[in-house]
Ligand binder design. Structure first.
Ligand SMILES: [Mg+2]
Length: 176
């Protein structure tokens, strides 16, 4: 039961996955999730590190295909086309057919395809069901929100200090 939700590997981010190791493992195809794996949720921007990672991937002759449950074709297409890779939208992960569709596009099999995504119940479970290797990455938005959370904390401390400072001031004499 738990094996279904256990990724083969874990990584902090897509671009931190070692392409050399993928080559060493004889991997020829990647099925990659879109939202929170390649871009922040529902965002069109692909970070420079991700772009560089895909260039390196191409140089290593590993093919990639975006397989996204996102229902908006245009949203998935824009990102995939920017990176020059094929895509499947409205993929219905964790259903096996979503991953089969990806492998068909890639022309790869169970032995040489890896699924990469940020969600256990769609990406990891789906890939595992089909017997593929899976890599779980931390969701991009949470990574970004971490920075936001830190800033909010700093803000709260500032507000607290300001209030204290204001309270410490001698009370202005009340008008009679
Ligand atoms: Mg995702």
């Amino acid at each position: 039961m738990f094996e279904l939700f256990t990724p083969t590997f874990q990584a902090n981010s897509l671009d931190s996955i070692s392409i050399e190791r993928l080559v060493q493992h004889g991997i020829h195809g990647l099925i990659i999730d879109l939202d929170n794996t390649m871009t922040p949720w529902n965002d069109l921007e692909v970070g420079p590190k991700v772009v560089a990672w895909f260039e390196k991937l191409q140089a290593a002759e590993i093919k990639a295909c975006v397989v996204s449950n996102n229902k908006k074709k245009q949203r998935v297409a824009v990102v995939a086309e920017r990176l020059g890779i094929p895509f499947v939208f409205r993929a219905t992960k964790p259903r096996r057919r979503a991953f089969r569709a990806g492998m068909e596009i890639l022309g790869t099999g169970k032995e040489d395809t890896v699924v990469i995504g940020d969600q256990l119940f769609t990406d990891i479970m789906g890939g595992n069901r089909l017997g593929l290797s899976t890599i779980l990455v931390l969701p991009i938005s949470e990574r970004e929100y971490f920075g936001t959370r830190v800033m909010r904390r700093v803000e709260r401390v500032m507000i607290w200090l300001m209030k204290r400072f204001a309270n410490a001031k001698p009370h202005s004499p009340k008008a009679h």
